[in-house]
Design a protein around this ligand. Structure first.
Ligand SMILES: Cc1cc2nc3c(=O)[nH]c(=O)nc-3n(C[C@H](O)[C@H](O)[C@H](O)COP(=O)(O)O)c2cc1C
Length: 219
């Protein structure tokens, strides 16, 4: 796959086939993720890969935690962020609405309930790093995550990066035996073969015009 096609062709997948992903394929994807650049080559990532009964059990634990502590996604909650970011979230939800309305539910409940069950993906990868590392290492994790998603895309698999689940980080850690003193869980990524029949998978998010995002100097 041409690199440009890979970059522009990858998109978030929110409906998966039950078809399992062979462990050898997952390993190849993680090797690709591991080729990500990192600050002074520290390779600060750790991948916790969950499938089958372990994933089923995890989803049940997250559901239980949600029943005890409901949370709702609001990008501006508790802090002031520039309005354009809130507007872009609203725009995404607005654009998703017609696709999701065919599912018999509103956007929010689809995104929230879907995220908390990893959209039914057969595999979930949690990416963690040691909590003592500085925030700048988050960049390394992001690069590994992007490598992972592009590698999956190149192999005909789909992904959805899911941060919403981290609201229930304690439940996730307890269920997967992740020691929070050693691992800060930063992102979960749902992984599996895209369901071609699932209407939401036809959705393509938009991008703003690039020009206001660039400041040129010396041209
Ligand atoms: C760090 C990160 C966290 C995300 N968290 C969620 C999530 O919790 N639930 C979800 O449905 N999508 C989530 N997404 C997917 C974004 O909504 C998606 O990437 C964005 O709308 C752009 O669409 P695209 O990936 O199809 O280009 C997340 C993406 C990133 C990069």
């Amino acid at each position: 796959m041409e690199i440009h096609d890979a970059l522009s062709g990858r998109k978030t997948i929110r409906g998966f086939l039950e078809q399992p992903v062979p462990q050898a394929v997952i390993k190849e994807i993680l090797i690709d993720a591991h080729w990500a650049p990192s600050s002074s080559n520290q390779q600060p990532w750790h991948f916790h890969v969950v499938t089958g009964a372990a994933l089923q059990g995890l989803c049940e634990k997250i559901e239980e935690a949600r029943r005890l502590k409901q949370t709702s996604y609001d990008p501006s909650k508790g802090k002031t962020i520039p309005p354009e970011y809130v507007d872009r979230t609203k725009k995404l939800f607005r654009q998703l609405r017609p696709v999701i309305s065919s599912l018999d539910g509103d956007n929010k409940s689809f995104i929230e309930s879907g995220s908390f069950r990893f959209y039914g993906a057969p595999v979930v990868v949690f990416i963690t790093m040691h909590p003592s590392l500085p925030k700048s290492r988050y960049m390394d994790i992001g690069m590994a995550a992007q490598n992972l998603m592009l590698s999956a895309h190149g192999r005909g698999l789909g992904t959805c990066a899911i941060a919403l689940t981290l609201y229930y980080g304690d439940a996730i850690n307890a269920c997967l035996g992740i020691d929070p003193d050693q691992h800060e869980t930063l992102l979960s990524i749902a992984l599996g073969y895209p369901d071609p029949e699932f209407p939401v998978n036809a959705f393509r998010s938009s991008r703003e015009d690039i020009d206001p995002f660039i400041t040129w100097a010396g041209f």
